[in-house]
Design a protein around this ligand. Sequence first.
Ligand code: PRP
Length: 217
Amino acid sequence: MGDNRYLTFALTKGRLAGKTLALLEQIGITCTQMQEKDSRKLIFVNEEQKLRFFLAKGPDVPTYVEYGAADIGVVGKDELLEEGRRVYEVLDLGFGQCRMCVCGPSRARELLQHHERIRVASKYPAIAKDYFYNKKHQTVDIIKLNGSVELGPIVGLSDVIVDIVETGSTLKENGLEVLEEICPLSARMIVNRVSMQMENDRIKDIILKLRSVLKLQ
Ligand code: PRP
């Protein structure tokens, strides 16, 4: 395909979006349309650079990229692990750093030692399942929640939670703590597998420029 085709970026709405745009700006990729405040618009175009950007919910970004609705995506490693989509993960962008952890009240620490059948609440059931079943070999009941997961152990829904910890203040303010760390997380750039072949020059150029700005080898 020639240079006339638009290259489409799927960006994660919310915390990561601003940081992604700031990073792209450093390599000369801009989208002024996107900076309009209070807009409900979801898709933005840079006609000059033949680029399109849209904002999606984190778990949906790998889906858009796998199906080729977006060529490139920027999304947290947590969503990549949870969704298990067939995409190329090409860069660790370094921002959005946090940790996936097993958390709970300190008394729950013991429940993790003896392979007890405990209840685990999480927005990330696949990550929780993989950790408990494949790494710890502990059979657990996983309860899917959609947010404010810290409530789980507080109101007696679950013994522990598997959730993201960034500053640790949500845990602290709710009398919970990190019991075990599962893995570090950060924002990643992903690429559709066909786009990587068809638009190799343009995508490689973006990756190289980002690597240079991020001071990666
Ligand atoms: C995330 C995460 C924790 C919190 C961690 O929730 O699920 O609850 O941030 O951050 P901290 O360690 O800096 O306190 P988010 O704010 O995305 O909202 P949610 O609970 O509705 O998922």
